[in-house]
Design a protein around this ligand. Structure first.
Ligand code: NAD
Ligand code: MG
Length: 329
């Protein structure tokens, strides 16, 4: 199923211009979204927990942060930009009672709604506006006059104008300059969780580490292994982003292209594809989210252990040396 890609020409910005948006959380997404909205002429309030580490950052950017419930109570649109696994606790711990009747509640990722961690009142509009990229890119692209691709979706439309609100919000973030795709909470959430584990953040770094280990174990210099297996990932990503996979193949040398053809299917074979299907199954049946929530409740033992494993890998020492060299020059 393909959807049309919407742009600024499809958006009525008045759906957000006279509105007050409360951004709850001033982290990666929160800061970028707050600044883009403000520059687009939207009235922005910031809601933070008492003593939040983000408070100074918000003040430095010219905001006067409020308590989360106070910001929520004053807003037409309340955007929950705190980590996915804490959203339900904050919602049930005060935000749900604070939000106005008929308000819009927005998310940048559909997890809490899709898996039923938050069960919103029937009078609220529930929208998703998910920029496809980190906050830094969302802000930097906006400042350059372009934007990030964004997904929008509506889970609950009490007012009849939830879609228009989501579109106008995405437009104010700058996504309408690049393209806005209509999706659903289910599609955005499951595809995002699948990709995190099965393609991008889970697999590509592991391939880099495994390739580095293979060369170093065979007696190659760690610096050579680092350049071959890690830094060239940036060249690859840029090429694929600019030209697609087929275009990337044309842009590299014949030797590299022939090698790519030889390597195809050997690492990512039937077993890897079958495992991808299992990962998608665990995303869809909720078992992945149950694990995530259990880890969060226990103080993140699994998350912390995986951070330590990554930090201890020998490629990190080379990477640190190379970054230091690069920064000197
Ligand atoms: P983050 O970790 O950068 O920021 C979280 C903010 O919430 C910070 O201000 C932090 O101080 C605050 N916070 C953390 N724990 C809290 C708690 N227990 N109580 C109150 N406040 C708390 O989060 P993020 O990466 O910006 O993610 C926010 C949302 O955006 C998530 O739904 C995420 O899936 C989504 N999203 C993130 C990205 C990304 O690139 N990081 C991209 C698209 C969507
Ligand atoms: Mg994600």
């Amino acid at each position: 199923m393909t959807n049309p890609i919407l742009t600024d020409a499809d958006i009525d910005p008045s759906a957000i211009h006279d509105k007050t948006v409360a951004i709850i959380g001033y982290g990666n997404q929160g800061r970028a979204q707050a600044l883009n909205l403000r520059d687009s002429g939207v009235n922005v309030l910031i809601g933070l927990r008492p003593g939040s580490a983000s408070e100074q950052a918000a003040r430095d950017d010219g905001f006067a942060p409020l308590a989360m419930t106070e910001a929520a109570a004053r807003a037409d649109i309340v955007m929950l930009l705190v980590p996915d696994e804490v959203q339900a606790d904050l919602w049930n711990g005060g935000l749900a009672d604070a939000v106005r009747g008929g308000a819009t509640i927005g998310f940048a990722h559909g997890l809490a709604i899709h898996y039923g961690l938050i069960a919103p009142r029937a009078d609220l509009d529930i929208i998703l506006v998910a920029p496809k990229g980190p906050g830094k890119a969302l802000r930097a692209d906006f400042e350059r006059g372009s934007g990030l691709i964004g997904l929008i979706a509506v889970a609950q439309d009490a007012s009849g104008s939830a879609r228009a609100t989501a579109l106008a919000y995405a437009g104010a973030l700058g996504c309408g300059r690049a393209g806005i795709l209509e999706s659903s909470f289910q599609e955005e959430t499951e595809a995002d969780l699948f990709n995190e584990q099965g393609v991008l953040w889970g697999v590509i770094p592991e391939l880099i580490e495994a390739g580095f280990d293979t060369l170093v174990d065979a007696g190659f210099a760690p610096e050579i292994a680092y350049f071959e297996c890690l830094t060239e990932v940036k060249l690859l990503a840029d090429l694929i982003y600019e030209r697609g996979i087929a275009g990337m193949r044309v842009a590299i040398s014949n030797t590299a292209e022939f090698g790519a053809a030889e390597g195809n299917g050997r690492i990512v074979g039937d077993a890897a594809r079958a495992e991808m299907k299992r990962i998608l199954g665990e995303v869809q049946d909720g078992s992945f989210v149950n694990k995530l929530m259990a880890d969060a409740r226990a103080g993140y033992p699994a998350l912390k252990a995986s951070r330590q494993r990554a930090a201890a890998h020998p490629v990190e020492a080379v990477a640190a040396r190379m970054r230091a060299l690069r920064d000197q020059n």
